[in-house]
Design a protein around this ligand. Structure first.
Ligand code: G3P
Ligand code: MG
Length: 245
């Protein structure tokens, strides 16, 4: 396997559930707990601004309504992405990928960008995100790891910026996943932690890939996976898992 530049512990959506997910405030809270690597979800506004949001719709994590991908950045940038979480975060904006890049690079942190396309925009999202990442991280020693559940998004990212490392996300071991990860020239596979066992890690490492899991919030699960030789753990529990451990 090639050298792996990313820390073992990765804070999910910035800092998991302790701050509003996928906001700069969440990244700052994760960093305050010692985290140096972060996962976030990125999709495109109607004008193709790349920004952070998990859901296809705005209701759960902002005061907006409807499909996020149908609004331009001028409208999205005025939304409140913090008040839903609590009064302490009222007024927190949705971040652009550019803003998160500035923060991550300034602090020499590591980033796992999950390409989370608005349905129907898989290939275009992968292409645009890869192009932006190439520009934003130009000259940096360690680029972000691009991951996605959507092979179409990873294929488009590969075609746009083949030098950026890619990981296939798996919530199930669907037929053909191994060949797909090969075809996408992935460096890692990131699975639901319940799928990971000794045989799967051996298969991944045997192919020269790293093995990562999401979303690991239980100490017994973390201990099991570490004993297996896991390469990365994506967690919400930044207050309970010291990242240096
Ligand atoms: O990238 C790993 C994890 O974030 C995938 O699930 O739904 O939290 O984006 P989700
Ligand atoms: Mg995610």
């Amino acid at each position: 396997m090639k050298p792996w530049p990313y820390p073992l512990w990765i804070a999910h959506r910035g800092a998991g559930k302790l701050a509003p997910e996928n906001t700069l405030a969440a990244f700052r809270l994760g960093a305050a707990h010692g985290y140096r690597a972060f996962e976030c979800d990125v999709k495109l506004a109607a004008d193709e601004q790349a920004f952070l949001l998990h859901d296809a719709t705005l209701e759960r994590t902002s005061n907006g309504h409807g499909s996020a991908g149908s609004l331009g950045w001028a409208q999205l940038s005025r939304l409140d992405a913090g008040a839903w979480h609590g009064r302490a975060y009222a007024g927190e904006p949705l971040p652009t990928l550019e803003a998160i890049a500035a923060y991550v690079i300034a602090n020499a942190f590591h980033l796992n960008i999950e390409i989370k396309p608005t349905p129907g925009l898989e290939a275009r999202t992968g292409e645009v995100v890869a192009q932006r990442v190439r520009q934003l991280w130009a000259g940096q020693a360690v680029p972000p790891l691009l991951s996605s559940f959507q092979p179409q998004a990873l294929a488009a990212a590969r075609d746009a910026a083949p030098e950026l490392p890619r990981a296939l996300l798996l919530d199930t071991l669907w037929d053909g996943w191994f060949g797909m990860a090969q075809a996408l020239d992935c460096v890692a596979v990131v699975t639901n932690h319940q799928l990971m066992d000794a045989a799967l890690i051996a298969q991944l490492h045997g192919a020269g890939w790293r093995a990562l899991c999401y979303t690991v919030n239980d100490a017994a699960d973390a201990a099991r996976l570490r004993a297996l030789g896991i390469d990365g753990l994506i967690t919400d529990a930044v207050d309970r898992f010291p990242p240096a451990a």
